[in-house]
Design a binder for this molecule. Structure first.
Ligand code: FAD
Length: 318
C-alpha cells in the first residue's frame, strides 16, 4: 500500500487535533507516515500510532525553533525523498500552508489548499474544497507530481486505528535559506481557556445584534456551557466589542465546526464565507427575513437577550 506523509502539528509533543483528523483521511488513501519536528517530536509517536501512523519520522534541532518555516520545509522534503509518498497532507494552519506551498514548489508538484474532504481516486486523491464564499463545492485532484494537500480543521473525525508507529530519526541537512529569517520573540496570547477558534468543534458567534461589548458575556456564557469557542461578525469587531482574532468571515477566520451558533448576525456573504461549511448551523435572530435563515439547519426567531440566556440555562441544567 502506498505511503502518505502527514505533517504533524504539535506543541512540545502534544499532537493537535487537526493532525489526528489528517490521519483519518490519510488512511483512506494509503498508509500514514507521520513527520514530527522540533522539541518533543518523539513524544508524539504513541498518539500518532493509536490513530494509524505506521511510522513516525522525527527530527529535532535548534533551527526549528529559532528560524521561521524553512528548516521545517527542509525536513519535510528530506522525509519526502526518503519515503516517495503517494501524497503529502498538511494541516491548513498559517504555518502549514506556507510549509506545504514551499514543499510543492521544491518538488515540482501541484498543491490543493483548504480541502474539506479527501477520498481515493483512480488517478490520485480527490479533494473537496469550498469556493466563491462557499457558494460552490469543487472536487479536484493534483495532475502534476506528488499531490500536496492542506486540509482544514474539523474536516474528518478523529478515529482510533492502532498501528505500529515505529519511530525513526530523520536525517536533515539544512539549506542556505534555512537561517534566513530569525524568530526575534514569541508572545503567547493570554489564554481564555476556550478552544482555538479554527479548531473548535462548536463555535458560538455574536454580531451587531449583541449591541455592545458589555453584552458579549451572553455569547461567552453560552459558549462556555458548550465548551465552545467564541466568534464575532465584522460589525461586532469593527465596533470594538470583540477582538479581531475572533472575527469569522472573509477577512477573518474560516471555521468549519460541527455546530455553529450565530446570534444577532444577519448572514452577509462575507460572514458566510467563513462559516458556511459548518456541519450544523443554528441562528438566533429577531428578524425572520434575515438572510442567515437561508442557510441554517435550525433557526430561532426571537430576541437574543431572551433566547441566549434561556439556552445557556437549559444546557447547564443537563
Ligand atoms: P448586521 O448585518 O447589522 O446584522 C445584525 C443582525 O442582528 C440583524 O439581522 C438583526 O435582525 C439582528 N438583531 C439585532 N438585534 C437583535 C436581537 N436583540 N436579537 C436577535 N437578533 C438581533 N463580515 C464578517 O462578519 N466577517 C468578515 O470577515 C467580513 N469581511 C468583509 C470584507 C469586505 C471586503 C466587506 C465589504 C465586508 C465584510 N464583512 C465581513 C461585513 C459584512 O458585509 C457585514 O457588514 C457584517 O457581516 C454584518 O455583521 P452583522 O451580521 O453582525 O450585522
Amino acid at each position: 500500500m502506498a505511503e502518505v506523509l502527514v505533517y504533524v502539528d504539535h506543541v512540545d509533543g502534544a499532537v493537535r487535533k487537526p493532525t489526528l483528523e489528517l490521519l483519518t483521511l490519510a488512511r483512506r488513501i494509503g498508509e500514514p507516515v507521520a513527520v514530527a519536528l522540533g522539541a518533543g517530536a518523539e513524544n508524539t509517536a504513541a498518539v500518532l500510532a493509536e490513530h494509524g501512523a505506521v511510522k513516525v519520522l522525527t527530527a529535532d534541532a535548534p533551527e526549528f525553533a529559532e528560524y521561521l518555516v524553512v528548516p521545517k520545509v527542509d525536513a519535510l522534503q528530506a522525509a519526502y525523498e526518503a519515503v516517495s509518498p503517494a501524497a503529502v497532507l498538511v494541516p491548513s494552519s498559517a504555518e502549514g500552508k506556507e510549509v506545504a506551498a514551499r514543499l510543492a514548489v521544491r518538488i515540482g508538484s501541484g498543491i490543493i489548499t483548504d480541502a474539506t474532504d479527501l477520498e481515493a481516486g483512480d488517478e490520485g486523491p480527490v479533494a473537496t474544497q469550498s469556493a466563491f464564499a462557499a457558494s460552490f463545492t469543487t472536487k479536484s485532484r493534483v495532475s502534476k507530481g506528488t499531490p500536496v494537500i492542506t486540509v482544514k480543521p474539523n474536516s474528518a473525525p478523529v478515529e482510533a486505528a492502532p498501528a505500529a508507529g515505529t519511530v525513526e530519526a530523520l536525517s536533515v541537512t539544512f539549506g542556505a535559506l534555512a537561517t534566513g529569517t530569525k524568530v526575534v520573540s514569541r508572545t503567547p496570547r493570554e489564554s481564555t481557556g476556550r478552544p482555538e477558534l479554527t479548531e473548535a468543534a462548536i463555535v458560538v458567534s455574536g454580531g451587531r445584534g449583541v449591541n455592545g461589548a458589555e453584552n458579549f458575556h451572553l455569547i461567552e456564557d453560552l459558549a462556555d456551557s458548550l465548551g465552545a469557542a467564541v466568534g464575532a461578525s465584522r460589525a461586532a469587531v469593527d465596533a470594538g466589542w470583540y477582538p479581531h482574532t475572533n472575527q469569522v468571515g472573509q477577512t477573518g477566520k474560516s471555521v468549519s465546526p460541527q455546530l455553529y451558533i450565530a446570534s444577532g448576525i444577519s448572514g452577509a456573504i462575507q460572514h458566510r464565507a467563513g462559516m458556511q461549511t459548518s456541519k450544523t448551523i443554528v441562528a438566533i435572530n429577531k428578524d425572520a427575513e434575515a438572510p442567515i435563515f437561508d442557510l441554517v439547519d435550525y433557526g430561532v426567531v426571537g430576541d437574543l437577550f431572551t433566547v441566549v440566556p434561556q439556552l445557556t440555562d437549559e444546557i447547564k441544567a443537563r
